[in-house]
Each structure stands twice: as structure tokens, then as C-alpha cells.
Design a protein around this ligand. Structure first.
Ligand SMILES: [Zn+2]
Length: 244
């Protein structure tokens, strides 16, 4: 067996080479990690909006389960998925509350509630807002998830189509993202989509919407759809530009 004996100087030389190598590797790693797209991502905020809340329960299923609670459960899961992917997420609410209080003698609480959601989007300079709702129909056979957008907002339309594609992987019958006339989508300076995650009037879908595993699937699909269009929306495209 041959024993290698190194002088003190040689050992110091080898150690300093190792140190230099490690420093270079660390620098290269840091440079690769912080790309321009990533630094833009760090400056970007997305607003997740669980519809209704507090005194406003939204619609409900045959057992009295309220839409506001389903919306919140799914929205919180979307928030967590996006944050895990490094996206800044703001929420209009993270618990059971309305955004505009009922004031005796004053009408228009619902409109004020919606307006304060828009104000929040402007305040946090949200790239876009994603509003979560459940639907209801007198026809108990109607079911399915649909992403709605404002027809004059191409960024919103792209986002709705990307989310719809992911949601169609979960639901038995694929649906098409649709233009919708919603106050919250039509506000200038704010891009938004409304996701109707299912019909509480459909017994089977209503039961599914109570299940955390199903809520997780929906949240994961919505987060995936968002992440797919996010780079395009961040890089220069003006989300508020009206379609030609
Ligand atoms: Zn609703």
C-alpha cells in the first residue's frame, strides 16, 4: 500500500482550489436561479377571491351547505398551491366575512362588497384576480365547471381557457370557457376570471364539492392553469388592453 504524504503547502494549495471551486459553483448557481422572469415573478401578485362570505352565503345545496364555505375552502387551497410555486398571492378574504357590512337604511351592500374586491385588486396591483363561485340551476341535471371571462379582455380570456383545460381533466363532460357579463370582470384596469366550480343544485356534484379531496383536485387544476399562462401574462402583455 502506498501512502501519499503531502506537504503543508500542498494541502493549503488544494484547499484554496477547493474553496475557489465552491465559490464559483455558488455564483453560477445564484445567477442561474435569479433569471429576469423570476425577478418579475417576485414583483407580481395574484388576487384570489372566494366569492360571498359573512352575511352573504351565496347559493346552497339541498342540505343547506353554503356556497361561501366551498368557495373559501377551494380558494385557500389555490393560494397554498400557488405560494408553493413561488407566486405572491393576496386574498380578498381568508375567513368567513363579508367585504361590505350591512348598513340599515342603506341599499347596495352587494355592489359595495364587489367594489371592495376590485379595490383590493387595485391596491395590491394584482396582475389578475380569480374569483371562485358555485352555480345553481332550477334544472337539477345541470352540472360542470366553467371559467368565465370578459370578452373585451384577451388576457382574461387566455387565463380562462387555460384554467378550463385543466378543469376538463377533472369533470366527466368537458365544458368551454365562456364570456360572461359580471360586474367584477368588467372593471377597467383589472383583469379577472370567475370560476364556477359546480352546481349546488346537482345532488352528485354538490356532494363532491363537500369533499376535501375533490376540492383539492379543483384547486390544483386552477393553480396549474394559472401557472401555465403566468409567464406570458408577466412578460409584457398588457392584461388590461381591450381586444381589437
Ligand atoms: Zn356566487
Amino acid at each position: 500500500m502506498r501512502i501519499l504524504i503531502l506537504s503543508k503547502d500542498k494541502i493549503l494549495f488544494i484547499l484554496s482550489l477547493l474553496g475557489l471551486g465552491l465559490t464559483l459553483a455558488f455564483l453560477a448557481f445564484s445567477l442561474l436561479r435569479i433569471t429576469p422572469a423570476e425577478s418579475k415573478l417576485k414583483q407580481t401578485t395574484i388576487l384570489i377571491d372566494p366569492g360571498h362570505g359573512g352575511i352573504d352565503g351565496g347559493t346552497q345545496d339541498a342540505h343547506g351547505h353554503l356556497e361561501k364555505d366551498i368557495n373559501l375552502a377551494i380558494a385557500l387551497k389555490i393560494r397554498d398551491y400557488l405560494r408553493q410555486s413561488g407566486v405572491n398571492v393576496a386574498m380578498t378574504r381568508e375567513d368567513d366575512r363579508e367585504l361590505a357590512a350591512y348598513e340599515p337604511g342603506r341599499s347596495g351592500r352587494h355592489r359595495r362588497d364587489l367594489s371592495s374586491r376590485i379595490e383590493r385588486a387595485k391596491k395590491v396591483k394584482a396582475l389578475f384576480l380569480v374569483s371562485i363561485h358555485c352555480d345553481w340551476s332550477a334544472d337539477p341535471k345541470r352540472r360542470g365547471m366553467v371559467a368565465f371571462y370578459y370578452y373585451r379582455n384577451p388576457a382574461g380570456k387566455n387565463l380562462a381557457f387555460a384554467i378550463q383545460e385543466e378543469l376538463n381533466k377533472i369533470q366527466p363532460t368537458p365544458k368551454k370557457a365562456a364570456p360572461g357579463r359580471y360586474f367584477i370582470l368588467e372593471q377597467p384596469g383589472v383583469t379577472g376570471v370567475i370560476i364556477e366550480v359546480g352546481f349546488l343544485s346537482h345532488p352528485e356534484e354538490a356532494a363532491l364539492l363537500q369533499r376535501p379531496d375533490y376540492q383539492n383536485k379543483i384547486a390544483f387544476g386552477i393553480a396549474r392553469g394559472i401557472l401555465q399562462v403566468l409567464p406570458a401574462l408577466i412578460s409584457g402583455q398588457d392584461p388590461t388592453a381591450p381586444a381589437s
